[in-house]
Design a protein around this ligand. Structure first.
Ligand SMILES: [Zn+2]
Length: 215
């Protein structure tokens, strides 16, 4: 991975492409550049995915478009003795805090506001910096990319958290609970941001890097 030269001297990252090789994204086997299918697993080989960034931005924008109604419309419609009550995500968090359930309020806020917003920012940031030369440390970039991939799987905990929210807030046994339109929008937003992260060709992160100094 390290090219000619060493120490803190600034130099370009030595990638497989520079070495005339292409790595398989399915099984990691390396083949000479220009090979179209992987000899080990038969997967398609491309040195860089030229449409990667377009798909990243497209899915991220769609995800963001669904995240807005997820916050504006009710997440839950609870009905106590025929009296319907609607709660948005943030409304639910405030209600929980008023009931003194600070821990659950914090979890709901973290899962449904901090994680999705953080993910939009992280994806946008990564997609932005790969286009131009940058001096970010490889380790930091890799960690950021891993975080983006990792949190996607946990975003759906919000749906379960909402169920806990209902159980805590609702003392009344005659209550009925229905998910609001926001729950559907939120789930779609999570799916689309996951697709956005999956579209990201992480190899592009190393192409424009200007330093290998990691310390
Ligand atoms: Zn392969």
């Amino acid at each position: 991975m390290v090219g000619a030269g060493s120490g803190t001297e600034k130099l370009k990252a030595w990638t497989a492409r520079d070495a005339g090789l292409v790595g398989c994204r399915h099984c990691t086997r390396v083949s000479p550049i220009g090979t179209e299918t992987c000899p080990r697993c038969g997967g398609g080989l491309t040195s860089r995915d030229p449409t990667s960034l377009q798909r990243v931005w497209a899915w991220a924008v769609v995800g963001l478009l669904f995240y807005i109604p997820a916050n504006l419309y009710p997440m839950l419609i609870t009905s106590t003795l025929g009296r319907p009550q609607e709660a948005t995500i943030v409304g639910g968090v405030i209600e929980l805090a008023q009931y003194g359930a600070w821990g659950v309020a914090a979890i709901v806020f973290f899962a449904s506001v901090m994680i999705p917003v953080g993910k939009f920012i992280a994806i946008g940031y990564l997609a932005w910096i790969v286009r131009k030369p940058h001096g970010h440390s490889p380790k930091q970039l890799l960690h950021l990319f891993e975080v983006v991939e990792w949190i996607g799987r946990w975003s759906m905990i919000d749906v379960f958290v909402v169920a806990i929210l209902v159980a805590l807030v609702q003392f009344d046994l005659l209550a009925t609970i229905n998910p609001g339109i926001a729950a559907v929008c939120f789930a779609l937003s999570v799916v689309f941001t996951m697709l956005s992260a999956l579209s990201f060709d992480s190899r592009a992160l190393w192409d424009q890097i200007e330093t290998l100094a990691d310390e």
